[in-house]
Design a protein around this ligand. Structure first.
Ligand code: AMP
Length: 416
């Protein structure tokens, strides 16, 4: 194919047959958020690069290697958004949302961009929906956001989903633990993979994510942040666990869980799906108590998560396929005059709330009946040259004369 005739690497088109599954997903997601009182927020597809550098963290893979960053024509550095939490917090600060009743409960749905090596379930433009509850440090908030995620996954019927949970404590505890981890890594440096070694100082926690054999062996004996959790942080984590337990939410404690973004504090979690291969994570999130302040707002604790739409659809496989809705009517016409009548009639039927199509392909009557079948029409209205009309039931094949004035009522009755 010639250049420019294919979607860019790592991107894809959503065709009408795929769009139905996405639409259904969106309806379920919206419904759950609406029932829980989360309001929709939309932020721009790109932001000043600095927002992500400051918010997500300069040494993270997402910011260091995966952002689509460019200079606009005015010489500003901007980046296509790789994630949603930093932009939502930017909007929270910009619009003074700390003056509203707290926590402010928001949800989003939209495209995100990361320059990653594409593979099944990993794209350069993908879509996420996510929840953010900003303005409370209550463990109840952590439990509510996790349960909301579980509710959506349950309603969609995504099979084989497990929840992994941990706590990263406060930034101060993390700083002390980080030093301990750095010295542990230094003392085992020779057995670590090159990329892990290079980032010992910049991002030692990422060593837990390494797939390298030697590194994994070293990490098996590494000190764990969860073991160092104390005081309010430990109490907070216990409270979150207690709430999940009492609500029957099952989870695994994963003391090596490190999210790829720097802003997390205390609770972190990820949801995996056993139906997926290498890219098994369908979503993740946690608490980010310092992010709003870091972006120039007042000290504001918060928690949230993001889910990958394509991964969820992949995990659902054939279950995500949605058949098109049947049409109430197809209008068949075989002369120019009757085709003009058909155009007016479908407009009238649609105005009355019925779904109706007519022939736009100059087919013969037989071809039109076939087309009516193809689109799943319950009935076909055949317009006759003398101004009368026949109504054909597409299931039984029965056909009878119908008064044009009675059509809306007759077709409406067919629905039930
Ligand atoms: P993260 O913000 O990295 O935790 O991402 C949240 C969710 O978005 C992940 O669990 C995935 O389901 C999805 N996701 C992240 N990156 C990609 C990608 N490149 N392609 C498709 N889905 C992704």
């Amino acid at each position: 194919m010639s250049a420019g005739a294919q979607a860019p690497k790592g991107t894809f088109d959503v065709l009408p047959a795929d769009a139905r599954a996405r639409d259904r997903l969106e309806r379920v997601v919206r419904g759950a958020f609406e029932r829980a009182g989360y309001g929709r927020i939309e932020t721009p597809a790109f932001e000043e690069t600095e927002l992500f550098e400051r918010g997500v963290g300069e040494a993270t893979d997402v910011v260091e290697k995966e952002m689509f960053t460019f200079e606009d024509r005015g010489g500003r550095s901007v980046s296509l958004r790789p994630e949603g939490t930093a932009p939502v917090c930017r909007a929270y600060v910009e619009h003074g949302m700390h003056k509203l009743a707290q926590p402010v409960k928001l949800f989003y749905w939209g495209p995100f961009f990361r320059y990653e090596a594409p593979q099944a379930g990993r794209y350069r433009q993908f879509h996420q929906f996510g929840a953010e509850a900003i303005g409370s440090d209550e463990p109840l908030v952590d439990a509510e956001v996790i349960m909301l995620f579980e509710e959506i996954i349950g309603e969609l019927g995504v099979p084989g989903v497990t929840l992994r949970l941990s706590s990263l404590g406060s930034p101060e505890l993390r700083a002390a633990y980080r030093e301990e981890l750095v010295s542990y890594l230094r003392s085992h440096e020779s057995r670590l993979a090159g990329d892990v070694r290079e980032r010992i100082d910049a991002n030692p926690m990422r060593a837990f994510d390494s797939k390298d054999e030697g590194t994994r062996e070293v990490m098996a004996g590494a000190p764990r942040l969860l073991e160092r959790l104390d005081g309010d942080d430990a109490e907070h984590f216990d409270a979150v666990r207690g709430l999940l337990d009492s609500n029957g939410v099952s989870y695994e404690i994963d003391d090596t869980l490190v999210r790829g973004l720097d802003y997390y504090t205390r609770t972190v979690f990820e949801l995996d799906c056993s139906q997926l291969g290498a890219q098994s994570q369908i979503g993740g999130g946690g608490r980010y108590d310092r992010l709003v302040e870091q972006l120039g707002g007042p000290a504001t604790p918060a928690a949230g998560w993001a889910a990958g739409i394509e991964r969820i659809l992949l995990a659902m496989g054939a279950d995500s396929e949605v058949s098109p809705e049947p049409r109430d009517a197809f209008v068949a016409a075989t002369s120019d005059e009757q085709r003009r009548r058909a155009l007016a009639l479908v407009a009238e039927l649609r105005n009355a709330g019925l779904s109706a199509e007519f022939d736009l392909g100059a087919r013969g009557l037989k071809g039109q009946l076939k087309q009516a079948d193809r689109i799943g029409a319950r009935a076909t209205v055949i317009l006759e040259e003398d101004g009368s009309a026949q109504l054909r039931d597409m299931e039984s094949g029965e056909q009878r004369a119908v008064e044009p004035g009675q059509l809306i009522e007759e077709l409406g009755r067919n629905r039930s």
